[in-house]
Ligand binder design. Structure first.
Ligand SMILES: Nc1ncnc2c1ncn2[C@@H]1O[C@H](COP(=O)(O)OP(=O)(O)OP(=O)(O)O)[C@@H](O)[C@H]1O
Length: 369
């Protein structure tokens, strides 16, 4: 399955950034204390790009998706950070400062979200066509009934649902069709960004493939950018331009999907990659990662991946690794939060404007210290 199409190299400081997430922190705050689900997460999404976010269950992916769309609800609280969205006209929107009215316009019009379970996201007692029309009624009051009906048919056509299905209820559609209907709702107002949180996880492999191909075709045709969240790293490598890997609420590696596929720079990414079969590549043993994801309320000292890391050494127990900049095999810059990169690396955000090719022998060969 993992066959990397050629794509643009990962560059930092691009002027074409559409979404800029800076030092975001999200906690679940309860009587028993606070769970740091997203810690100091920063990334950029460029116009027309697919950014893939990977990580095991509980790594904070969904919390991040909800927070950047401001759909998070108590006990989740954003305690730090910025989410900056740049409109096509160049004006910048501070998403975390929008009031409720502004937020309603921002969602759907500028950014929409497609969730994992269409069955839960769609209203079970409303026909599909009516659900798409509802979004249009709320945001395009100038459109009359005839124009709205035409737009509903157009949207169903775009996602490959026959127009007579506009009158079906969600339970009358297959899982794949429901997911397509969710995508049609997400596209209703031509948003600039679509956040997709495990949009195909509940579907069988063939339908999953069809939906992914449809999303990629629509992205190329309509020009939106995508944040695609899944635990399936093979899938992400295939469809993303850049990849961010989350572990224990933090991004531990990010870079171009090409570089990532050729040489993952964090031991966790390597383990994650080895957990998924590749249909296109040579047969190899699936090794996975020993142990379980950490309890976010009791993260180990130093590097939170240390207890599961085959390459851990003494300093990993005491030092929290920052993201180091690394030159990837394709020449682009990647970042990895692993002390193996410390010697030759440059801490990202530390004012350096370049990285070193500090891919260590250990990471290249899998040797342990
Ligand atoms: N309502 C909540 N209250 C307290 N903690 C929560 C709540 N929702 C999620 N969490 C915790 O936040 C962490 C991140 O969860 P999140 O759902 O964002 O992870 P994820 O990577 O999306 O996982 P999955 O792939 O299973 O959806 C988990 O440890 C989870 O236990």
């Amino acid at each position: 399955m993992v066959e990397r199409p050629a794509s643009a190299p990962f560059t930092q400081g691009s002027t074409d950034v559409i979404l800029d997430v800076r030092n975001l922190k999200v906690d679940y705050v309860g009587a028993g204390g606070s769970t740091p689900a997203v810690s100091d997460v920063s990334f950029t999404l460029r116009r027309g790009e697919v950014l893939g976010i990977a990580g095991e269950s509980g790594s904070g992916k969904s919390t991040l998706a909800y927070a950047i769309t401001r759909l998070h609800k108590p006990p989740a609280e954003i305690s730090q950070g910025q989410v900056l969205y740049t409109r096509p006209d160049g004006s910048v929107v501070d998403v975390l400062s929008l009031d409720e009215h502004e937020l309603r316009a921002f969602r759907w019009e500028e950014l929409s979200i497609v969730f994992q379970s269409a069955m839960h996201a769609l209203n079970p007692i409303l026909r599909i066509g009516a659900q798409i029309e509802d979004v249009i009624v709320a945001h395009r009051p100038e459109m009359n009934g005839q124009q709205r009906a035409a737009r509903v048919i157009e949207l169903l056509g775009i996602v490959g649902i026959p127009s007579d299905r506009a009158n079906s209820y969600p339970h009358e559609l297959s899982g794949g069709m429901r997911q397509r209907a969710m995508i049609a709702v997400g596209l209703a107002l031509d948003p600039e960004i679509i956040v997709m949180d495990e949009p195909t996880t509940a579907l069988d492999v063939v339908i999953q493939r069809q939906i992914i191909e449809k999303i990629m075709e629509l992205k190329d045709r309509l020009g939106f950018s995508v944040v695609f969240i899944t635990h399936d790293l093979s899938l992400l490598i295939e469809l993303s331009d850049t990849i961010a890997v989350m572990y224990g609420g933090k991004i531990v590696e990010q870079g171009s999907a090409d570089d990532f596929y050729r040489r993952p720079q964090h031991p966790y990414s390597r383990g994650l990659l080895a957990s998924f079969p590749t249909l296109g590549g040579p047969k190899r043993e699936l090794t996975g990662i020993v142990g379980s994801p950490p309890d976010l309320r009791k993260l180990p000292s130093g590097c939170s991946f240390r207890p599961r890391c085959p390459l851990a050494f003494d300093a990993c127990a005491t030092k929290v690794p920052p993201l180091f900049q690394i030159q990837g095999p394709g020449g682009g810059l990647s970042q990895a939060a692993c002390l193996l990169h410390e010697k030759a690396g440059v801490a990202a955000g530390g004012g350096a404007d370049g990285g070193a090719d500090n891919s260590t022998d250990e990471l290249a060969t899998g040797e342990t210290r």
